[in-house]
Design a binder for this molecule. Structure first.
Ligand SMILES: [Zn+2]
Length: 646
């Protein structure tokens, strides 16, 4: 793996990295406090990240246990070294003084942005607090970490799910209840299954509340009245929790009529499917509002009946290899960027079936290297992800470092992917481009190292190529006319029940905000707050006798995304607007490509996110108004994209 030739090398590499960083730290505290201080701190960060990120990646994906073990040991030893640096008062003092230095404001805006961001990272560990505050911060950080770990464990540990009272018809279902349809498809047990999903694992209830409290205490120690404010202020497009909540609220309101129509459709289906259930005393009266546990069941039943649409959507499928050739065609037209296969050297890589791409300018100048790990294998890292192994940096100097990254997913090797898998591939490609095309001087704010609500915009823009006739024609190298019917079918399929599905996402976003508000709920308040959120703009039957319910217990993102879960819906809205403004009608136009490249990809996190969007969408676009600096996405854009409004 790039940095190391055999597992044993990890230990040496970790030791060398610490030595190198110690030298750099020495320089940080001794050079006159200036721009150079910030650059040196970026060097420390780059040196550590390259090794830590690659070790973290190796321990997640390598097929050889000896490699995974050695990489894990490197992660642990470097992790504790990093902890020491995060609370290094000498470095923090040097940075603060560099930021105050007379030349700092006159220097390049990126350097100042990097300095402020580094200061923020230091402060997250309480380095600016007195000894008591610092100790408190260390305790809170450790507790939040261990609560997050316990919550994750409860989701995969059948032991934590004890107390299931499932009828015998579900006896063959393993201890953990999947959120999917396998269980719900067994008619007659949905209430039990749904309630189990909403109330188990019981042990997580106290943990969720405690996590909210610990996060609130952390935020207060940092001078914010809520964890949401701590997460979003100065480091998000939204800028403030009120903007995130307003967006979710407005979207929920806008979705309500369509969600009601969709629920009514499902009610008709329910009444037609099971006309006798009510008479037998087992179900709702005909025409009665839909129960929440019936949503997934009847949605799936309705989708099954749309098999024709689903089948014709397959006309849009291609193999990953074809998709990569298509990406070369798309990127060449859009931005003059080439995406070419490169050979792996003997011993390079971590698993069989890897591929490597060389991404370059049209004149051959290297932009970066991308490893692709798409071959399914037992125990492989779940889902799809983009891992940065080395950030680009040094632009504007004569020592440019090109990025190295890996895309990991499980896709059929040479066979056809489902169109949804092509979407997934394009989503990850959007993230990859953010890393590849970033042209920052420092690594700290390169590419995807920006706020989450902004980071998800390029990936969602690229997903849209999979739903556009012209875009697909280019990707699949087929005439547009051949694809039109299939794209229409795919759109129709996507539109089906999209209001109910999106409203569910809105609810999760609102629950995430409520959890991280200035008054995070205790166990008693959590139940009330949750019932209130789930009822908002909802066409479903009142939960009444089935309360309390706690979808938070199985909402894994609560830990990872604390107060930022709205980002996906926000990014979907913004990318839909970007598409209409720049790509619609001519999705591979060079002017659109250049606009995206200059304003969205190249600045990375070094340009304030709101400014990047204003450059692309025009001043005032998406603005909340003069008084609020927040960039609130317009829910109407998402409504159009989902096909709910025309
Ligand atoms: Zn993403």
């Amino acid at each position: 793996m790039g940095l190391v030739a055999c597992p044993k090398d990890w230990e040496t590499l970790a030791r060398d990295t610490v030595n190198k960083c110690n030298d750099l730290v020495q320089q940080v505290v001794t050079v006159p406090h200036s721009e150079q201080t910030i650059s040196l701190l970026d060097d420390v960060s780059d040196t550590l990240c390259q090794v830590l990120d690659t070790a973290e990646f190796c321990r997640n994906v390598h097929t050889d246990p000896a490699w995974r073990q050695a990489a894990t040991a490197a992660c642990l030893s470097l992790g504790s070294y990093v902890q020491g640096l995060n609370t290094h008062r000498g470095m923090y003092a040097a940075l603060s003084s560099a930021l105050r230095a007379p030349g700092a404001r006159a220097g390049p805006p990126e350097t100042r942005a990097v300095g402020l961001s580094l200061a923020r990272d230091f402060e997250r560990y309480g380095v600016h607090l007195d000894a008591g505050g610092q100790a408190r911060m260390a305790r809170l950080t450790a507790e939040a970490q261990s609560l997050g770990y316990e919550l994750g464990q409860n989701l995969v540990d059948p032991g934590a799910l004890q107390g299931f009272d499932l009828p015998s018809s579900l006896a063959d279902v393993p201890g953990t209840l999947p959120s999917g349809t396998g269980v719900l498809a067994r008619r007659g047990s949905q209430v039990t299954a749904w309630l189990a999903q909403m109330r188990q694992p019981r042990a997580s209830l106290a943990l969720v509340c405690r996590l909210a409290e610990v996060r609130r205490s952390t935020a207060r120690l940092m001078g914010h009245d809520s964890f949401a404010a701590y997460q979003l202020t100065d480091f998000s497009l939204a800028q403030a929790p009120s903007a995130a909540s307003s967006f979710l609220e407005a979207l929920g309101r806008r979705l309500a009529p369509a969600a009601a129509r969709e629920a009514a459709q499902l009610v008709v289906m329910r009444d037609a499917t099971e006309p006798r259930r009510h008479l037998a005393g087992g179900g709702p009266a005909p025409g009665a509002p839909l129960d929440p546990w019936d949503v997934a069941y009847f949605k799936n039943l309705a989708r099954d009946r749309q098999r024709e649409d689903a089948a014709s959507a397959w006309a849009l499928s291609c193999s990953p290899r074809q998709a990569l050739r298509g990406l070369d065609r798309l990127m060449t037209r859009l931005m003059g960027v080439r995406v070419r296969d490169a050979a792996l050297s003997p011993g390079e890589g971590w698993a069989p079936g890897l591929a490597k791409l060389r991404v370059s300018e049209a004149d051959g100048a290297l932009l970066g290297t991308v490893y692709l790990d798409f071959q399914p294998r037992p125990g492989k890292f779940p889902g799809a992800a983009h891992f940065v192994l080395r950030c680009g940096r040094g632009h504007g100097t004569d020592a440019v470092q090109t990025p190295v990254l890996a895309l990991v997913a499980s896709l059929p090797a040479d066979q056809a992917m489902h169109p949804s898998q092509l979407e997934l591939l394009l989503h990850e490609w959007g993230h990859a481009l953010h890393t590849l095309l970033s042209r920052t001087r420092h690594q700290h704010l390169s590419g995807t190292r920006g706020p989450l609500d902004m980071m998800e915009v390029p990936s969602h823009v690229f997903e849209l190529y999979a739903r556009d006739v012209q875009g697909l024609a280019l990707l699949l190298d087929r005439p547009a006319a051949e694809l039109e019917a299939a794209v229409r079918a795919q759109r129709a399929q996507r539109r089906t029940f999209s209001a109910l599905t999106t409203l569910h996402q809105v609810h999760l976003g609102l629950l995430d905000q409520a959890m991280h508000s200035s008054r995070p709920p205790d166990e008693a308040r959590l139940a009330g707050a949750t019932a209130e959120v789930l009822g908002r703009h909802s066409p479903l039957a009142d939960l009444g006798p089935h309360l309390p319910v706690y979808p938070q217990l199985r909402f894994g993102h609560l830990v990872g995304y604390g107060a930022t879960y709205y980002s996906y819906l926000a990014a979907q809205s913004l990318s839909a607007r970007l598409w209409r403004r720049h790509m619609e009608g001519e999705p591979a136009g060079r002017a659109a490509g250049e606009a995206l490249r200059r304003n969205l990809f190249e600045p990375g996190g070094a340009l304030p996110a709101g400014e990047a969007l204003r450059r692309l969408l025009g001043r005032g676009a998406g603005e909340a108004g003069e008084a609020a600096p927040a960039t609130i996405p317009d829910p109407g854009d998402l409504m159009l994209e989902l096909g709910i409004e025309e």
